[in-house]
Design a protein around this ligand. Structure first.
Ligand code: AMP
Ligand code: MG
Length: 316
C-alpha cells in the first residue's frame, strides 16, 4: 500500500488529526520515552493487521497495548494487588505488565497473539500521553521501524523506514535512546519477562517480594516460540485446493468454503479474520479442517507461520 504519510505537529490540531486517524483504523507513529511506537487501535483487527503489514513482521508476536491511565488499564485486564503496587509506583513509565485479559476486554486477538494475557503500559512521554488522552482508547504499538531494522528515536527515522506505509507521524522530537520498558508477568508468580529501564531492585521493593526470573531453561511462554500454540481441537491440513469429503474448508480467495479469510484475496483482511475464524471453526465441532493456500508474501508469511503452528502435531 502506498499513501502520503502526514507529518503532524504535537499541537491541539495535530492531536485531533492523529486521534481521528486512529479512530478510523489508520496508523500513527508517535514518540514514547523509549522509542517511536507504531500505533493502531488495539480493538480494531484490521488496524492491528496493518501494523504487522507496515513493519513487514513475519510473525504475529504479541504487542504492547498503551493506555492513558490505570483506570483504562483496569477495563481490559484482571487487576490485582501486585498490579496495583507496581502501577501506582511506576506508571506512567517504562514498565509493562502482563496480566490476564478480562473476558470482555474488547481487544483484537491479533494484539495478544491470541494469548489469554496482554502486555499493557501507561507511557510517560507527554506526546504519547496527550495522544492517548485525545484518542481515548487502547493503542497497540511496537517500535515504528521495518522488521529487523534499528528502532527509531526521531520522526525522521520513522519516515525513512515507513513513509508511504502509514497515515501519519506525530513529531515529538528525539526520544531517550535505549531504555526499553521492563516487562513483568503478573498472571502467575510475579516474573521478570524482560529487563529494561526499571531496575529489578526498585520493582521488588514496591512489590515487597522478590521477582522470579524468566530463565532461558524455563518452559517457553512466548507464543512465537512454541510449535503448536493455538490449535483448534480438529486436525488441520494446509495448502488444500481440493478438500476431502467431510473436511471444512477455511478458504482464501474466491472458493467454495465454510469460512473465508478473504474472498477478495486480501492478506490484511485475512490476518484480521484469522483468529476469529479459527475459534469459530473450533466452536462448530471437531471435524477436520482444510485451509486454502495462502501466498507466502507480505502478511502471508505471518499467517502461514501461525497456521503451521495450529496444524502441528499436538503432542509437542
Ligand atoms: P516490543 O516489540 O518491544 O513492543 O516487545 C513486546 C514484548 O512484549 C515482546 O518481548 C513480547 O514477547 C512481550 N509480550 C507481549 N505480550 C505478551 C504476553 N501476553 N505475554 C508475554 N509476553 C508478552
Ligand atoms: Mg522492535
Amino acid at each position: 500500500m502506498s499513501q502520503t504519510t502526514k507529518m503532524l505537529i504535537p499541537d491541539a490540531e495535530g492531536f485531533e488529526d492523529a486521534a481521528k486517524i486512529l479512530g478510523a483504523g489508520g496508523l500513527v507513529a508517535f514518540p514514547t520515552e523509549t522509542v517511536y511506537g507504531l500505533g493502531g487501535d488495539a480493538r480494531n483487527d484490521h488496524a492491528v493487521a496493518r501494523i504487522f503489514e507496515a513493519k513487514g513482521r513475519p510473525k504475529f508476536n504479541p504487542l504492547i497495548v498503551h493506555v492513558p491511565d490505570i483506570e483504562t488499564a483496569k477495563t481490559h485486564v484482571e487487576w490485582g494487588d501486585a498490579a496495583d503496587r507496581l502501577a501506582s509506583a511506576f506508571w506512567p513509565g517504562p514498565l509493562t505488565l502482563v496480566l490476564p485479559l478480562k473476558p470482555d476486554a474488547g481487544l483484537s486477538p491479533l494484539v495478544t497473539a491470541d494469548l489469554p494475557t496482554v502486555a499493557i503500559r501507561v507511557p510517560a512521554h507527554p506526546v504519547a500521553r496527550q495522544l492517548l488522552q485525545t484518542f481515548g482508547g487502547p493503542v497497540a504499538a511496537p517500535s515504528a521501524n521495518p522488521s529487523g531494522r534499528i528502532s527509531p528515536t526521531q520522526a525522521a527515522h520513522v519516515s525513512a523506514g515507513l513513509s508511504g506505509r502509514i497515515e501519519a507521524i506525530l513529531d515529538g522530537g528525539a526520544c531517550d535512546v535505549g531504555v526499553e520498558s521492563t516487562i513483568v508477568g503478573l498472571s502467575d508468580t510475579p516474573t521478570l519477562l524482560r529487563p529494561g529501564g526499571l531496575p529489578v531492585e526498585a520493582l521488588e521493593q514496591a512489590l515487597g517480594a522478590p521477582l522470579s526470573h524468566h530463565g532461558k531453561s524455563d518452559p517457553l511462554t512466548a507464543p512465537g516460540q512454541m510449535t503448536s500454540h493455538y490449535a483448534p481441537g480438529a486436525p488441520m491440513r494446509l495448502n488444500v485446493t481440493d478438500p476431502e469429503p467431510g473436511e471444512r474448508l477455511l478458504g482464501f480467495g474466491p472458493v467454495d468454503c465454510t469460512l473465508n479469510l478473504s474472498r477478495a484475496g486480501d492478506l490484511t483482511e485475512a490476518a484480521a479474520n484469522l483468529f476469529h475464524h479459527l475459534h469459530a471453526l473450533d466452536a462448530q465441532g471437531d471435524g477436520p479442517i482444510a485451509v486454502s493456500p495462502i501466498p507466502q508474501t507480505g502478511l502471508g508469511l505471518a499467517i502461514n507461520d501461525r497456521l503451521k503452528r495450529a496444524a502441528a502435531p499436538r503432542d509437542v
